[in-house]
Design a protein around this ligand. Sequence first.
Ligand SMILES: Cc1ncc(COP(=O)(O)O)c(C=O)c1O
Length: 346
Amino acid sequence: MPSTMLAKAYNSISNWKSYNASPLLTLDKLKKDLKVKNIFYKDESKRFHLKSFKALGGAYAVEKISKGRRHIIISSATAGNHGRSVAWGAQRLKLRCKIFVSQYVSDTRVDEIKKFGAKVIRVKGNYEDSLKECQKLSKKNNWKIVQDVSTKNYKYIPQLTMAGYSIIIKEISKQTNQYITHIFLQAGVGGLAAGIVAGVAKYFKRIPKIIIVEPDNADCVLQSIKDNKLKKIKIKKESIMGGMSCNEMSLVPWQILKNASNCCVSISDKNIAKTVAGLKDKKFSKTSIIGGECAAPGVIALIGLCNNVKAKKFLNIDKNSNILVIGCEGNADVKLYKQLLSKGRK
Ligand SMILES: Cc1ncc(COP(=O)(O)O)c(C=O)c1O
């Protein structure tokens, strides 16, 4: 990831009309329980009005590739949040937009995308099928695809999305003067994690330990790192962590994360509801936090590793640790969020 690309992303996005840095909260109750110095929680539920970090990526890529042109049509395939960001990015620039979703994407998420004026096309099958259909129709109609997944011949646009995500670290470098020692990074195809790592390389003076967190049903980063090659896995059951339920890493993130990750953790769906409710009901912090199904995994992995003496020692997690978890989405799927809250409170 070229350093200038990251700088340009920050300069552009920080000048958008409604831009504010997302809050850097502290999980003060949890830090006492786990006996560490600080636990920072980057609250992406407040990212523009889109409720997830993805607002930084797709919308920025749309701006970059449109280069002021008004006649182009933007397209994308999505599990939800990326498409929402692309649709918003297109609407900001008054561009038409087509978003492809699989049968697994909830109606609530589809409605959120439609709110930004995009046409949503449902495709039978999984995310990969929706991407294939998007590619087919985009080629036929000369629509400009803005995808967050990179392959051998498609790198620039996903890199732009990752450059957008990297501003999370630029913001943190201004929000605290504590040196972060550990970062827990959720991964689907690895775009967020790689964007954050790129940000760390550019903006932090000291390099923290990087811990990748995935659903156990979709642990493509863990399996790739274990075998030292990009691995495509079979998803036997879709995880409740919908945005992270991916069977293969994106290429650029693979090239970054294979060198940058210190540890990979996979977690089950079991503790998601309880953790979502815990965040909301101030179990971890003094303030109430709205964190959705993909925001909880960082907290779950942190608690799990701290409860495992060997793992805790391996990662040097101790009373001097300043840990960062990324609360990457809020109640982006309002209906699912409500269900998780009531299940987690039982
Ligand atoms: C809401 C959401 N979607 C998707 C992802 C996965 O991001 P990526 O596919 O870039 O790894 C995450 C990761 O935490 C997420 O929180």
